[in-house]
Design a protein around this ligand. Sequence first.
Ligand SMILES: [Zn+2]
Length: 344
Amino acid sequence: MAGKPFPNRSRLAALAKAMPKIDLHYHLEGGVRPETLASITGNPDIGEIRRQLTVPAGCRSLSQFLKRFDYVTPLLRSPRALSMAAQAAMAEAAAQNLCYLEVRFAPAYLATPEMDVPGAIAAVLDGLDQGSRRWGIPAAAILTLGLTTPVEENEAILRAALPWLGSGLAAVDVAGPEGEISLAAQASALALARKLGFPLTLHAGEAAPASAIARAVELDARRIGHGTSLWQNKPLMERLARQKIGLEMCPTSNFQTRAIRSWEEYHIREYFDAGIPVTICTDDPAISGITLTGEYLLAMTELGFTPEEMKQMVLYGIQMSFASRTMKQSLQNRVEQAFACLEF
Ligand SMILES: [Zn+2]
């Protein structure tokens, strides 16, 4: 029996817009739009801000991609700027029809003599809280440690962040140029994070082979950021599926950083079919010049996922989120109801 015909592009665009969505891999620093940066800095030249912020078309590496942070991060080094950026993230979550958002940020790069690490954390959480209430969308924050930050500094950040664990801060992440340095360099900081009670989601297998993902799993990661090279290690794939270790995959970002060179090289379908919880995320939507709605559309038009499979990825996202059990149940009910109202 023939299945239902695959919806055409304009129908898929409407569906991508209407679907309830979830983003578990969103960097605050890479998410702040030129318009928000114009408000923060008082510089009205949005065109120039966009040129500085957005990744160039010919971007050839993760290191080149990460250079955009050198422009935006210094502009966010005040409580006012961080709160505004976090509020804007929630406004965008509402515009993109998100049911839940996890926002990560890196205090090591944001703190200054005038705004210490607790000050930076408090400012982000204040903005998220205000935005979350205003738009009625639950959110949580993830503390990103720098891969190249000295271990002792990361350990001090973890201790400073502890009072917010479970009160706005949900987990710890490590991000940086993984092609140049291994996660193992942060093993003692990550052991401390686990000892203090922080669950982990770790960037791995984006600019490094699958052995980097294996290391992240050994370090007790509950989720993996990207994991594009996972296909190289089939037993590890089976382990992720068995242990329900989720992948936060960010298609356009993975393309721009040259983690992949074409959609044919993107193994997201293989991971999904293997039963690994996969969810689509943005990474750095302002730097990449994308939206989550656009990424959902891309997943259907370029990667061949059906609307029904997109729903499964949203449900995976809820299951692998750092939300409470009660929150997950409520989000799942809302998503099931919303999808039931969409006609595929
Ligand atoms: Zn990331």
